[in-house]
Design a protein around this ligand. Structure first.
Ligand code: SF4
Length: 56
């Protein structure tokens, strides 16, 4: 398993299955992420996606 040392405390994230997740803390290790949507008219938080996600 890959460990990222530096948590970016500006990007809280609980997706531990992502390669960019910090593991030790619930934060992303990237400097920035891209957020998008898979919906035509997003109406709730479930409609949005982290497009920087990478499967472990
Ligand atoms: S890239 Fe997205 S899904 Fe992956 S750890 Fe960062 S914020 Fe979470």
């Amino acid at each position: 398993m890959e460990f990222h040392e530096t948590a970016n405390h500006c990007i809280e994230c609980s997706v531990t299955q992502c390669q960019h997740h910090c593991q030790q803390e619930n934060f992303c290790a990237l400097n920035q992420i891209k957020v998008g949507t898979h919906e035509k008219n997003p109406s709730m938080e479930q409609c949005t996606d982290c497009l920087s996600y990478v499967k472990k």
